[in-house]
Write a new protein. Sequence first.
Length: 118
Amino acid sequence: MANKILQRIFYGPSDADAAPLGGTRAQSVQRLQVGVAGVVAMILLVALADLIQDRAAQTESIAVPEAASTVAAKETGTPQSDPLVEAGVVPDLPAEPTASPEPGSAPAAPQAQGNSAQ
């Protein structure tokens, strides 16, 4: 037993003593490279998000507010025309709503047109 400990101290661990889940040196280097690449990718992603947020704030501070009108609105006596009504797509609705029959009442009987029996 002491012989194995002394061998390990002087010559390093042998292949038989290596941990089975540790992997080889190449595998550990690959895991390290993947981890470092992931950290660098996250740093770049955060930097890009910060850059976009700064540009958006800068653009917003420079932009003219849309609520403030630079020209006074002209008041016209004629009502605005409706392009859909002019094109005939939508029926022209009257300005005043017509009275609708009450839900409980029966509709009126249609009147006969033309010659009626005398």
